[in-house]
Design a protein around this ligand. Structure first.
Ligand SMILES: NC(=O)c1ccc[n+]([C@@H]2O[C@H](COP(=O)([O-])OP(=O)(O)OC[C@H]3O[C@@H](n4cnc5c(N)ncnc54)[C@H](O)[C@@H]3O)[C@@H](O)[C@H]2O)c1
Ligand SMILES: O=P(O)(O)OC[C@@H](O)[C@@H](O)[C@H](O)[C@H](O)CO
Length: 534
């Protein structure tokens, strides 16, 4: 069996293997989508293919014309090898906690482009100008929104983009989106929704800020008419809703690939694109939420019918705070860096370790829940219970700690800084925070790139990795360390943590914990047990 338009014509084989096929003609849908595009998505990686692409698929299956133009912003090979090789379809593998699998061919994409290719960029400009297109969504990872360096200055790349013609291709993702919006304005400025589906607090606000900051640079440099900026800043013309997306979607796993091969697939192997595993399938848990702020403009799908909550900013905000800053993502980051240092292969295995479980219980129940506001869609305690009892321990969901450890420097400010800020604002005792300083200290220990048994490991990619490791240079396991000297430049950086941790008692605590964690091999386990099991 092959996942291609020709391949799925062998319906009987797919049915025998229990794979749900599209109820519509995929080739015809793709032709119609090219002729009448409606929805652009940037960053068609795993979460997109498991979730938003499925929403588009279900809309199309119901006769609603919402095909997606998928745009790869980074390496064009991602488009060729992961999407085009399968005629833009994806095999979705739902890994249920009872061990059963749900298999479905997702065909929500009508056209695939790699914007680094000049012809594809020209085609994208044409599509952006089409008044029928009303949505640009994106899952481009947190760092995709960055326009500053770690010192808070505009990055070299963005300065170059601001010095160049707004209507050309730009290297920085935010500058490129700003440039595409300029083209939209030129073409009549029909209202459009620009939606971040990435995992960080107030994603829509950050997206709007980054895009408008680049545009302001062009206006100030005399390269752009101020009317374009006014148009982008008019919420009736360009909406930047905040959103929250939730569905644990690990990288494609070899064991799932093997099962698919056993079922008869010949093209479901996991390959490497650089260091990133890619595949024609996505493996994900069944739980999912997508919450979008109700500020959408123009014609949009009837999202609510497809399980997507379009709701007030307050509800979206409260859900986001619950998920990203207290009940799920902070726990993930804690398990990620600790898991790598302690040599765990999967998150579910970590959940069976009593000290690590106690660590995330403390983080979620004792430190996060007290500052959470109930979003109404789901009670935070129920949400946290599901995370701790069902989702993280799902032994059929092979999620690797190093996936989650990627870009930690870009996430800690949101995942922990928000809670720290709330404790300060609400006059709470920061001394009650036991797990948060330990997570940060373990992250510092992780940056040494040596595990708890003393074996070197390759840390996951992170834009600040070199800079942070530079500060920690000279720290060696088992040797005396001046924790204040090495950690001060990091812990005092509000661009990383959202606050200067030296304005709180946490910095000193982190320094103490770090000193313990680098005391020698086995020190991470010993410190974790002492702190969480006592
Ligand atoms: N995987 C999950 O469990 C999950 C769940 C909820 C939300 N998310 C959000 O979605 C994001 C993507 O996750 P994924 O699992 O799909 O990852 P992925 O690696 O499969 O896909 C990431 C996509 O972003 C693109 N990209 C990377 N850096 C970029 C940059 N600087 N500018 C523009 N594009 C860039 C890549 O080309 C790729 O298409 C996460 O960072 C997170 O914010 C993921
Ligand atoms: O996607 P990131 O890199 O922001 O974070 C890694 C995980 O915590 C994240 O992907 C979760 O799996 C996801 O947020 C669950 O909805």
């Amino acid at each position: 069996m092959e996942l291609t338009i020709d391949g799925i014509k062998n319906k009987a084989d797919f049915e025998k293997a229990g794979v749900e096929l599209p109820s519509f003609d995929v080739a015809e849908m793709q032709e119609k989508g090219k002729a009448n595009p409606r929805w652009i998505h940037l960053g068609p990686g795993n979460i997109f293919r498991a979730f938003p692409a499925r929403v588009a698929h279900d809309l199309i299956a119901d006769g609603e014309h919402w095909p997606i133009t998928a745009v790869v912003p980074m390496n064009p090979e991602e488009l060729d090898r992961q999407l085009a090789a399968h005629d833009l379809m994806t095999l979705s593998v739902t890994l249920n906690p009872d061990g059963t699998r749900g298999l479905k061919v997702i065909a929500g994409i009508s056209e695939g482009l790699a914007w680094a290719r000049p012809d594809d960029y020209a085609r994208l400009v044409e599509i952006v100008k089409d008044p029928g297109v009303t949505m640009i969504s994106m899952t481009i990872t947190e760092k995709g929104y960055g326009i500053h360096d770690s010192q808070g200055n505009l990055s070299e790349q963005v300065l170059e983009d601001i010095a160049s013609d707004p209507r050309q291709f730009h290297k920085n993702t935010m500058a490129n989106i700003a440039g595409l919006l300029v083209r939209r304005y030129d073409a009549g400025g029909v209202p459009i929704n620009v939606m971040s589906f990435d995992n960080f607090s107030h994603n829509g606000d950050k997206l709007r800020d980054s895009v408008t900051q680049v545009m302001r640079g062009w206006v100030e440099g005399g390269k752009l008419d101020a009317a374009v900026l006014e148009w982008v800043e008019n919420p009736e013309k360009v909406a930047f809703p905040v959103s929250v997306i939730d569905k644990i979607t690990p990288r494609p796993n070899e064991s799932v690939a093997d099962e698919l091969t056993e079922l008869g697939f010949t093209d479901m192997k996991v390959e490497l694109l650089g260091r990133t595993p890619i595949a024609g399938f996505v493996n994900a848990e069944p739980t999912e939420y997508l919450i979008i702020e109700d500020v959408l403009v123009g014609d949009v799908p009837n999202f609510d019918k497809y399980g997507v909550n379009v709701t007030s900013r307050k509800v979206a905000d409260d859900f986001e705070n619950m998920k990203v800053t207290t009940c799920l993502n902070p726990l993930h980051t804690a398990l990620a860096t600790a898991g790598v240092v302690l040599g765990f292969e999967t998150i579910d295995a970590e959940m069976r370790d009593p000290a690590l479980r106690a660590f995330v219980e403390q983080l979620g129940r004792k430190e996060g829940l007290p500052v959470v506001v109930n979003p109404g869609i789901v009670d935070p305690e129920d949400f946290l219970n599901e995370v701790l009892e069902v989702r993280f321990p799902n032994r059929y969901l092979p999620d690797n700690p190093s996936r989650i450890a990627m870009d930690t420097s870009q996430k800690v400010g949101i995942r922990f800084g928000e809670t720290i800020k709330k404790y300060i604002e609400q006059g709470r005792d920061l001394g009650e925070l036991k797990a948060i300083p330990l997570v940060i200290a373990i992250w510092m220990r992780y940056l040494l790139a040596v595990d708890d048994s003393g074996k070197p490991f390759d840390p996951s990619p992170d834009p600040l990795l070199d800079e942070l490791q530079g500060h920690l240079k000279g720290v060696e396991l088992g040797k005396p360390v001046d924790a204040h000297a090495v950690l001060q430049p990091i812990l005092s950086n509000p661009a990383i943590f959202g606050v200067n941790l030296y304005d709180t008692p946490l910095a000193q605590r982190i320094e103490q914990l770090f000193t313990e964690l680098v005391a020698g091999t086995g020190a991470v386990r010993a410190t974790l047990n002492k702190e969480m099991m006592a």
